[in-house]
Design a binder for this molecule. Structure first.
Ligand SMILES: *[C@@H]1O[C@H](CO)[C@@H](O)[C@H](O)[C@H]1NC(C)=O
Ligand SMILES: *[C@@H]1O[C@H](CO)[C@@H](O)[C@H](O)[C@H]1NC(C)=O
Ligand SMILES: *[C@@H]1O[C@H](CO)[C@@H](O)[C@H](O)[C@H]1NC(C)=O
Ligand SMILES: *[C@@H]1O[C@H](CO)[C@@H](O)[C@H](O)[C@H]1NC(C)=O
Length: 173
């Protein structure tokens, strides 16, 4: 009796657990960072301090909230960031609403300043955008190419699903 029940129960359980494993695989959720948090994009905020304890990952966004009548959001290169030179922006993110969203869709350094003289007062922020870390189940993966990240996204979920199935089989045995 006991034996029969197990034979019926275990494959179902395995399937359920495997599905649960697939569903529970850490989703790579994008984060929208409000630059300067509740201070927003303004004067008298040290954005180096704001950024230093954060990780910016591919697919995240920066959200600049500010006084549209005074400030703006210009992406510049490092030299122009250091010098507060707003004459040659790489990208003008200013829409006019005072609420500008910047997609961080390339792994690199991004440099933003406000023009109109505010950069000299510290309205400048630099972020480094990285590939998201592999899920915690992963054995240390050699970091580097985008290919290994891509592979990690496919292989690691599959491996953890197999691991869960294997564990449940042993447990039921
Ligand atoms: C940034 O752009 C300026 C021209 O606006 C150029 O002279 C400078 O070499 C550039 N710096 C970098 C780090 O690319
Ligand atoms: C940036 O774009 C806004 C909106 O199109 C425009 O009003 C502003 O003059 C531009 N600023 C610079 C520095 O190009
Ligand atoms: C990143 O976003 C910018 C602005 O929307 C766009 O011009 C650029 O083509 C995008 N790059 C990639 C690699 O998706
Ligand atoms: C911001 O803080 C950093 C680290 O404490 C400091 O090195 C930097 O000079 C500050 N920047 C400004 C504009 O005060």
């Amino acid at each position: 009796m006991e034996r029969v029940r197990r034979v019926i129960a275990s494959p179902t359980l395995v399937v359920v657990l495997a599905c649960a494993a697939l569903v529970m695989i850490p989703q790579v959720l994008s984060t929208r960072f409000i630059v300067g948090a509740n201070m927003g994009w303004t004067t008298n905020v040290n954005y180096t301090v704001w950024a230093q304890d954060k990780h910016f990952y591919l697919g995240d966004w920066l959200f600049f909230v500010y006084d549209r009548n005074q400030m703006n959001v210009l992406e510049v290169n490092k030299t122009n960031y250091d010098n507060c030179n707003s004459d040659h922006p790489l990208h003008n993110w200013t829409t006019g609403a005072g609420r500008d969203v910047v997609p961080l869709n390339v792994t690199r350094h991004y440099y933003f300043i406000s023009g109109k003289g505010f950069c000299y007062g510290g309205m400048k922020v630099a972020v480094l955008v990285e590939n998201p870390p592999p899920p915690p189940v992963a054995a240390p993966v050699k970091s580097g190419s985008s290919r290994s990240t891509f592979r990690g996204k496919i292989v690691i979920p599959a491996l953890s699903a197999i691991a869960v199935m294997w564990e449940s089989l042993i447990w039921l045995w």
